[in-house]
Design a binder for this molecule. Structure first.
Ligand SMILES: O=C(O)c1ccccc1NCC(=O)[C@H](O)[C@H](O)COP(=O)(O)O
Length: 257
């Protein structure tokens, strides 16, 4: 059983405990569409990541609002918040706090298996949700994609290989993320982005986002050179003493030291 299988099994159990609906009682600051931001310029989707299955604790005690404000201040294209509790030590509360504090798009980074999780993410202020092709049956992927779209959410569709990329394209995904992390071995390689960039229709209006394993800003530049319009960065930003400078260097606003 891979870590992804394990996480998905936990998720399917967890959601049975959720309430039936999440009324949208709270109003969050308006946020632009990530697709519009990335069509204009390359960007960093900057992640709040306390811990992970591959690395264990990263920065458990992070002040998520302070971290998110640093990201936004440096020009992050969006902020990704890991909300999974068991494997990533995040929470839906983290998402709410961030969504209240910033005016850039906010991604609920979780392992979606049902409509109720999508409603919960939106009610907590997310404007983007993640759907992982490898984690869902084709019918589930299509159903959840259409549902999220009908709610006005943006959808980041995550792929690992050419077959999954075809599925994302067939869905009509605008934000397509190539995960550089092999979820069986945890090995990360920008080769995955390189391989799939060759098959990506850059004139389609969709944007390619290279996810995971950016050790430094040089890796982000490599991903951009391969054709990615966005990079999704977690651990490197969480461990950085100056995440704002990291983002500015990755987007060319500041020279690397
Ligand atoms: O990060 C993990 O160990 C992991 C394991 C299993 C499934 C997903 C995992 N990560 C989620 C992510 O997508 C990353 O947090 C994100 O792409 C940022 O990655 P990184 O910059 O390498 O922290």
């Amino acid at each position: 059983m891979t870590i992804l299988d394990k996480i998905m099994e936990t998720k399917r159990q967890e959601i049975t405990a959720y309430e039936n609906s999440y009324p949208k009682t709270e109003r969050y600051p308006d946020k632009p569409k990530l697709i519009d931001t990335l069509r204009k310029s390359r960007g960093v989707i900057s992640e709040i990541k306390r811990a992970s299955p591959s690395k264990g604790a990263i920065r458990m005690e992070v002040d998520v609002v302070e971290q998110a404000r640093q990201y936004e201040g440096a020009g992050a294209a969006a902020i990704s918040v890991l909300t999974d509790e068991q494997y990533f030590k995040g929470s839906i509360e983290d998402l709410k706090k961030v969504a209240r504090a910033v005016s850039v798009p906010v991604l609920c980074k979780d392992f979606m298996v049902s409509e109720i999780q999508i409603e919960r993410a939106q009610a907590a202020g997310a404007t983007i949700i993640l759907l992982i092709v490898a984690a869902l049956k084709d019918e589930e992927l299509e159903r959840l994609f259409r549902y999220a779209d009908s709610l006005g959410l943006e959808i980041l569709v995550e792929v690992h290989d050419a077959v999954e990329l075809e599925k994302a394209v067939a869905l009509g995904a605008k934000l397509i993320g190539v995960n550089n992390r092999n979820l069986k071995t945890f090995e990360v390689s920008l080769e995955r982005t390189a391989e799939l960039a060759e098959k990506f229709a850059f004139d389609s209006g969709s944007v390619l986002i290279s996810e995971s394993g950016m050790n430094d800003t040089a890796d982000a530049h490599k991903a951009y050179e391969l054709g990615a319009q966005g990079v999704l960065v977690g651990e490197a930003l969480m461990r950085s003493e100056n995440p704002a400078a990291w983002i500015r260097q990755a987007t060319g606003q500041e020279a690397a030291q």
